[in-house]
Design a protein around this ligand. Structure first.
Ligand SMILES: Cc1cc2nc3c(=O)[nH]c(=O)nc-3n(C[C@H](O)[C@H](O)[C@H](O)COP(=O)(O)O)c2cc1C
Length: 342
């Protein structure tokens, strides 16, 4: 409440990249994880889950892009997320697109960005990862590049730091990635990654509208047939916007919630029960999590919901989801699959 009434309005007056920098500094304070009361709160057994052999405390994870350089993974995890996604990590250092490249639309609970993968590059990210010991089982790493070799180099070097790679072929702000929207290029990429990595591989797809469903379901099938273990559905939605220096970017937040639910239902029905499906896009509360799980997702990720709700975001979802499950006489997350929406 305090965050929404007092802190968020102040943060919205500041340039969003500056407020992100300030939040990062706060998370980096020595002993943040130990001083943070959420870290000591009792874990809800009922919201624990096992995906791909990994025991996670909650189905809600932090989506890629918030901690691109893996500087604050441990303190972020201590806020109650079941898992955190570091990255997107690129092989070379990149400065991203010219500014302005990020702004809020508060009345829509949305963000618009055209960051274009600013990254300190693989060597420097690896130095940061060496410092975040003890969180491997709750750490996903997102990697990308515009060539197969760039992505493979990241996977090879980061293999030991995670059990799950997310391959980002869907950022709307890096045009070179479109090469992997060609099914044969995507298939070759996935096969190559699987031949060198023992980790689970998730492909993060772009979002689609109803009219483009066949094309994107085809990419999803191609990913799984080529050996991917699952999919993240999806990245931010491409839009044109003159406030961005480059004129186009991606929108995220509440505007995506309904579209995410439709895509999850379509993808689960197209691919069957085996692949891991992570819902990402417009997850703001325990009802959004419930609905995505009911429609077939195994886990959820959020970015914009965290920005608008603040540090208690994941903790509150866990608490309210556990309460909702008890009210509905549901004893495990698995049982939510196929139930009615709330
Ligand atoms: C500022 C910003 C930066 C992002 N950076 C990345 C990124 O580096 N890699 C990626 O896969 N997704 C990135 N995303 C997309 C998010 O991970 C997520 O897919 C998208 O925002 C939809 O989820 P949301 O509505 O919960 O924000 C970014 C999103 C935002 C708002």
């Amino acid at each position: 409440m305090l965050y929404k009434l007092l802190i968020l309005p102040i943060l919205q007056l500041i340039n969003p990249e500056v407020s992100h920098f300030l939040a990062e500094k706060l998370l980096q304070l020595p002993f943040f994880s130990y001083l943070n009361p959420i870290n000591y709160s009792k874990k809800n057994k009922i919201t624990q889950t096992n995906i791909a052999g990994l025991e996670l405390d909650s189905p809600i994870g932090l989506a890629a892009g918030y901690d691109k350089n893996c500087k604050t993974l441990k303190p972020l995890l201590s806020l109650g997320f079941g898992f955190v996604t570091g990255g997107t990590i690129t092989l070379q250092e990149r400065f991203g697109n010219p500014k302005p490249r990020l702004f809020h639309i508060p009345e829509k609970y949305a963000l618009v960005n055209s960051l274009g993968f600013p990254s300190i590059g693989l060597d420097n990210v690896e130095k940061n990862l060496r410092k975040s010991k003890g969180i491997k089982k709750s750490l996903f790493l997102s990697v990308s590049g515009v060539t197969e070799d760039e992505i493979i180099s990241c996977v090879e070097r980061l293999e030991e730091y995670t059990n799950i790679f997310e391959i980002n072929v869907s950022s709307p702000n890096t045009s070179g990635l479109r090469v992997f929207h060609n099914p044969s290029a995507l298939s070759k990429l996935v096969e190559k990654i699987k031949s060198i990595s023992r980790n689970k591989i998730l492909i993060k797809l772009p979002p689609w509208e109803d009219k483009d469903k066949d094309e994107y379901l085809d990419l999803a099938r191609t990913s799984i047939i080529s050996g991917a273990d699952g999919l993240v559905i999806a990245n931010s939605m491409p839009i044109m916007n003159n406030k961005l220096a480059v004129g186009k970017g991606g929108i995220s937040g509440k505007v995506l919630t309904k579209n995410t639910q439709r895509m999850i239902a379509e993808i689960r029905s197209a691919l069957g029960s085996d692949p891991i499906i992570i819902a990402c896009g417009g997850i703001f509360d325990e009802k959004d999590v419930w609905n995505c799980l009911a429609l077939g997702a195994d886990l959820c990720q959020a970015y914009t919901g965290f920005i608008y709700n603040g540090p208690f975001f994941a903790y509150t979802i866990n608490k309210k989801l556990a309460k909702l499950m008890k009210e509905k006489n549901v004893n495990s997350l698995e049982e939510i699959k196929g139930l009615s929406l709330v």
